[in-house]
Write a protein that binds this ligand. Structure first.
Ligand code: FES
Length: 110
């Protein structure tokens, strides 16, 4: 069954949506962001320790809105690539999640 994340028209610049990726054996926390009119989705797991990145619901961006930021030790990630540019996991990446846009809604790609 397709896993819906949200309707595309519910997204504004720098919007974030948390969701869960479900498979037969696992559930993974994940999030979607909307930046520069593009959507990107990643597992919500910092490469440093594996904790969720956000400290508040649907808050993933740094204060200047330029990067995704881990709330625990402040690692900064490029929104478009998930690449860590600064922090204890510099050079590593968030795991991306494939999404599809169908009929005005975003889904986890199967
Ligand atoms: S847990 Fe994310 S930077 Fe340390």
């Amino acid at each position: 069954m397709k896993q819906k994340i949200c309707d595309t028209d519910s997204l504004d610049e720098l919007s974030c949506r948390e969701f869960t990726v479900q498979s037969a054996a696992t559930e993974k926390d994940a999030f979607l962001i909307y930046v520069n009119q593009q959507c990107y989705a990643y597992e919500n797991s910092c490469p440093h320790t594996g904790v969720n990145l956000n400290w508040q619901k649907e808050q993933f961006f740094s204060l200047d809105g330029l990067f995704l930021q881990c709330s625990l030790h402040g690692a900064l990630f490029e929104p478009e690539t998930g690449f860590c540019v600064r922090g204890p996991c510099q050079g590593q990446r968030l795991k991306s999640i494939n999404i599809i846009n169908e009929d005005g809604a975003l889904y986890v790609a199967e």
